[in-house]
Design a protein around this ligand. Structure first.
Ligand SMILES: Cc1ncc(C[n+]2csc(CCOP(=O)(O)OP(=O)(O)O)c2C)c(N)n1
Ligand SMILES: [Mg+2]
Length: 789
């Protein structure tokens, strides 16, 4: 369907405004705002210009309210300019671009106020996020939710060099497996990255790769001016020259201008009559306009390309563009951080009919347009019709306590499986909203029983052939649209991006999901950037990471995790727990499912660092006090007496060593306390928050949980901390009230052995705890568990 001229004119006028406003935003940040030194803008101007037409075609025409977009990080000024034209962004925030609380350098769901759908910044992640968001939309629909909502398209605006990021390819594979639909990736094929001009013929590789994975590929190479010229006599020869021109030369000529193009065309095509006339009919400026009229800069071509899609298959658009188009450094290979000088800006301002002092006026310089008509056009843009786009969903009720079938000896990993199994047996709202996923470690992380009950998710029914062939197996995994486990290949990046997508379902689809991921703890590091971005987007999910530490000893040294307790503490938006016993875990999981649903800064995602080590389980009543302490991060397993000389504080699977050491120490040291730390993260965060509160509001006497717990200890009491992880995770406890402290933990990677071997080797066994306690206290030597060998 051809796009009618009036509409096109309107769209082109708005695109000009977007280019102006985004450029002015950047210019303002560099040359006008006072004290700009620390806020200088690099890497935005040329990258942004590249996408102006494509984004204008989408936001002002192609997008519908239910569509969601991940914008290439450096096109943030373009996004903000578009939202400014819609009235969703303020001048104040644009004037403060990249400044404190100003419009963000990269589009941010949590920090920007103008309806960013997905946060981007770390290239590649936003692209894959759209793919998983589309799978999540399918999941929600298949479960019979969000019936009234039309299906949205999940769209990524992708830099061509962004396609180098491996996580995109991992996602493509997963999308293919799950029958991906409703996903558009628009590649801004400007053939430039930060340092370089891309290899020749990359688009062919993209094309065959996407087609391999079942995508449609639409190449938008030539704009309308070009296509018109190709139809003129001699046009074929011009087209041939353009197609053969190397990327680097084309970019260089775009930078140099019409005269340079003319010289090259003349030299290389030679005097061939018709094509020479075609070129000579055009002035230098007209020739440059023609040669810069690549598909991605031609409003009609882009609108037509988007409007032509009348199916739900995934589509990759490869739109040819020029980095920095329309600006003095267009095409220059060093333009990534290119900025206009004040003189260049003045010249360009005059050419745009923008009066000094009127730079921020929405329709300034568009005198040929009727402002009321522009206003009406913007108000009527389909994207804008429903106003704000962030949805909400009611909170799912979580029982006060989650139950499980207890046994006298269990590991926390086993307990995790038991708790989920118990939930799966019932028909609670909680059970129906949980969705699990695992990168090929479903069985080995104890999710098997849950999947047996709740099934695998697939858009079409698929029987477990082992089951239909009557081959006995512990796991019966039929796949159906009602299934609640999403089976993933071994790619932890995919796991966390899927968590990010599932964990935003309430905001994107208006239907809340409670996603639970399992993986081996060390492989958190494999997907860490995706985990970080998932938290940054404020997605809500629970990660059960198991096995962990060196306690997974028989698994081998190469699977150990040392840094994860510190990651858990340092990761914003993630509350980390490492329980030792299953009754603690059940309390934490109940807390976690609520925490995942709390608004804003009050809530967040949850990380459970679990273990395969079987421990004797305590027989005890779970009192409300104990429950509260577990979720706050610590409780006394044995309260220190008034004359305590030393306290042992432990986390997780080393509980038996701590308990044994306390027993042996008790023979010669008085009143020893044993502190069970279930969450170093929550304890530390509580401590920091309390100090902040006391500083901000003088006179407030609020003490954090850990301050209260350690308050009764005398100044001379020593503290020994121990965990199967980096000792720094607990070493800070000595600073709470200034106690001397010995921090035990693991600092070296990769030694194999039995748990006993490794605990001894790394100094986290009972003897090491006793040694540390002795070094902090006076008194007779303590009997050790075994004599040192
Ligand atoms: C994971 C990650 N690595 C590196 C960067 C730094 N970086 C920002 S943009 C860019 C190159 C972008 O090239 P392209 O995707 O082609 O975008 P263009 O600027 O050409 O539009 C790089 C390396 C980043 N943002 N994220
Ligand atoms: Mg590029």
């Amino acid at each position: 369907m051809p796009t009618e001229p009036a509409r096109l004119e309107m769209l082109s006028a708005l695109a000009r405004k977007v280019l102006w406003l985004s450029s002015w935003t950047i210019h303002h940040a560099n040359h006008i705002r006072p004290n700009v030194d620390g806020l200088k803008v690099g890497g935005h101007q040329a990258s942004s210009a590249s996408l102006v037409t494509i984004m204008s075609a989408l936001y002002f025409a192609g997008l519908r309210p239910q569509d969601r977009v991940a914008v290439k990080p450096h096109a943030s000024p373009v996004f903000h300019a578009i939202q400014y034209l819609f009235g969703h962004q303020t001048r104040e925030k644009l004037e403060n671009f990249r400044g404190f609380k100003g419009a963000q350098s990269y589009p941010s769901r949590t920090k920007d106020t103008d309806d960013v759908d997905f946060s981007t910044g770390s290239v590649g992640l936003g692209v894959a996020q759209t793919l998983f968001a589309s799978l999540v939309q399918d999941y929600v629909k298949a479960h019979g939710w969000a019936k009234d909502r039309p299906e949205g398209r999940m769209i990524a605006l992708v830099g061509d060099a962004e396609m180098d990021e491996g996580n995109i390819f991992e996602a493509l594979l997963e999308g293919w497996k799950h029958g991906l639909r409703n996903t558009w990736w628009v590649v801004d094929y400007n053939r430039q990255s930060l340092d370089a001009v891309v290899r020749e013929g990359l688009w062919e590789k993209f094309e065959s790769m996407f087609r391999n994975f079942g995508w449609d590929v639409v190449i938008v190479k030539y704009g309308r001016l070009m296509r018109k010229a190709f139809a003129e006599p001699g046009g074929e020869a011009l087209k041939k020259w353009i197609d053969a021109c190397p990327n680097q030369l084309y970019a260089a000529l775009c930078f140099q201008g019409g005269a340079a193009f003319r010289k090259h065309l003349r030299d290389e095509i030679g005097d061939q009559g018709q094509v020479t006339q075609l070129i000579d009919r055009r002035s230098d400026d007209e020739l440059l306009e023609l040669m810069s009229n690549l598909g991605g800069h031609d409003m009609a071509s882009m609108c037509d390309a988007f409007e032509a899609i009348d199916h739900d298959r995934p589509v990759c658009f490869i739109a040819y563009t020029i980095k920095g188009v329309g600006l003095p450094f267009q095409g220059h290979k060093d333009n990534h951080a290119g900025l206009m000088t004040v003189a260049q800006m003045e010249k360009w301002r005059a050419a745009q009919n923008i009066r000094p002092g009127h730079e921020w006026e929405r329709f300034e310089g568009l005198s040929q347009e009727d402002p009321a008509a522009l206003e009406a056009f913007l108000a009527g843009a389909p994207f804008n019709r429903e106003g704000r786009r962030r949805l909400t969903a009611p909170v799912i009720e979580i029982p006060e306590r989650l139950s499980f079938t207890p046994s006298p000896q269990m590991s926390t990993q086993q307990g995790f499986g038991l708790v989920l199994n118990e939930i799966a047996r019932g028909d609670s709202e909680l059970a129906s909203r949980i969705v699990t996923a695992s990168p090929d470690v479903t069985v080995s992380t104890n999710l098997g029983a849950w999947v047996n009950r709740r099934g695998l998710f697939a858009r079409a029914e698929k029987a477990d052939l082992f089951r239909s062939e009557k081959i006995p197996s512990t796991f019966n995994w039929d796949a159906s649209p009602k299934g609640q486990h999403i089976e993933l290949g071994i790619a932890e990046m995919n796991l966390f991006i899927l968590m990010s997508a599932l964990g935003l379902s309430h905001a994107i689809n208006g239907e809340r999901l409670l996603p639970v991921a399992t993986l081996y703890d060390p492989f958190i590091e494999r997907g860490l950037d995706a985990l970080n971005y998932a938290c940054y987007q404020d997605a809500r999910f629970m990660v059960a990471a198991t096995p962990s530490g060196i306690t997974l000893a028989p698994e081998g040294g190469a699977h150990q995790s040392i840094a994860t307790p510190l990651i858990g503490m340092a990761q914003d938006g993630l509350a980390s727990f490492e329980p030792a016993f299953v009754d603690e875990l059940a309390v934490i999981m109940a807390f976690g499912f609520s925490h995942m649903q709390r608004e804003g800064g009050e809530g967040g995602s949850v990380y459970l660092r679990l273990s395969t080590r079987t421990l004797d389980q305590p027989q005890r009543m779970m009192t409300p006090d104990l429950q509260a302490s577990i979720t706050e991060g610590a409780y006394w397993l044995r309260k220190p007496g008034p004359n305590a000389e030393v306290v042992i504080a432990y986390t997780g699977a080393v509980a038996p060593e701590a308990i044994e050491a306390v027993g042996l120490l008790g023979e010669s040291r008085r009143d020893i306390g044993l502190l069970a730390i279930t969450s170093a993260d929550r304890l530390h965060a509580g401590w920091t928050a309390a100090r902040g509160l006391r500083r901000d509001r003088r006179g407030v006497a609020h003490l954090s949980h850990i301050e209260q717990m350690l308050a009764p200890l005398s100044r001379d009491c020593g503290i020994v901390t121990v965990l199967d992880g980096h000792p720094a995770a607990l070493a800070w406890l000595g600073s709470v009230h200034g106690h001397r402290l010995e921090a035990l933990g693991v600092e070296h990677f990769g030694q194999t052995g039995t748990i006993d071997d490794l605990y001894r080797h790394h100094g986290i066994d009972a003897n090491a705890i006793i040694d540390a306690a002795e070094s902090l206290t006076a008194g007779a030597p303590v009997r050790h568990r075994k004599m040192a060998v």
